[in-house]
Design a protein around this ligand. Structure first.
Ligand SMILES: [Zn+2]
Length: 263
């Protein structure tokens, strides 16, 4: 078993947030990621006698940083956040290529996954099963919105970073949108069997116990990772002839992102 445990907290709020605590099973050292529900976090930390080594923000949206100050006051942990994020009292700025050590053997690589916001980082563990704490970059069966970011940058993140991860990499997004995203996939690819099966399974789980997916699974039902699928292209070019007969992968991504905004 990997030394790394990811504790997922379901916030049961309208934004459908998850909060995460990454913990070394051997030493009890912990990273609190994007704290919002401070009370929930501190109860779990205390119950398990974990030592919070750092608070890490993936990006500067309010629902990912609102708990920073209270967790820091309670634990004395330093705050780590992406360079150029609009976040106060940061002790260490993070950039692509930086690493965060946890316990004796766990290392998280910081990867730049900008697009939902500029900047945005994700944490990728070096464990046998890689774990990706991805904020609002990739969701189960979906992609982050770009209301305060940039769609082309998010496309490049999906092409150059997310789709290059090994299939066994598990993802830990900041929100639960699993079923809505799978329904969006099926609106584009009505015959996607993997999406149908996952939707059936997901419907049997409450959000606190929702299925954790990996990149291999995502490639089968996340439409933002299926930009060259004939069925996806056909659906879009039939409905939007202005895309031309052979739209680029970027054009497909941008159209999907636009459609998902109104889904
Ligand atoms: Zn966000």
């Amino acid at each position: 078993m990997d030394d790394l445990h990811i504790e997922r907290l379901w916030l049961a709020n309208n934004l459908r947030n998850y909060n995460y605590i990454a913990v070394c099973r051997k030493t009890g050292e912990a990273l609190v990621i994007d704290p919002f529900a401070v009370d929930q976090i501190l109860v779990v930390v205390k119950q398990n006698s974990w030592t919070v080594k750092a608070v890490v923000n993936t990006h500067d949206h309010g629902d990912h940083i609102a708990g920073n100050a209270d967790v820091i006051t309670a634990t004395g942990a330093p705050l780590l956040a992406p360079t150029n994020a609009a976040i106060n009292n940061v002790d260490q700025w993070l950039n692509e290529g930086d690493q965060i050590n946890l316990g004796e053997s766990i290392v998280f690589d910081i990867i730049d996954t900008s697009g939902h916001t500029l900047p945005h980082i994700s944490l990728l563990s070096n464990t046998q099963t890689p774990e990706l704490l991805c904020g609002d970059t990739i969701f189960n069966a979906g992609a982050g919105n770009v209301h305060s970011g940039d769609a082309i940058t998010l496309y490049e993140t999906f092409e150059n970073k997310i789709s290059k991860l090994t299939d066994s990499t598990r993802i830990y997004p900041g929100h639960d949108y699993m079923q809505t995203n799978l329904e969006f996939t099926l609106s584009i690819e009505a015959d996607n069997q993997a999406a149908k099966q996952m939707l059936q399974q997901a419907n049997h789980h409450s959000p606190e116990n929702q299925i954790i997916t990996n990149i291999g699974q995502e490639k089968a039902f996340n439409t933002f990772l299926r930009l060259s699928e004939t069925a996806v292209i056909k659906n879009l070019t039939n409905r939007y002839p202005e895309l031309g007969a052979e739209p680029s992968r970027q054009a497909v991504f941008l159209k999907l992102r636009e459609l998902r905004n109104n889904w």
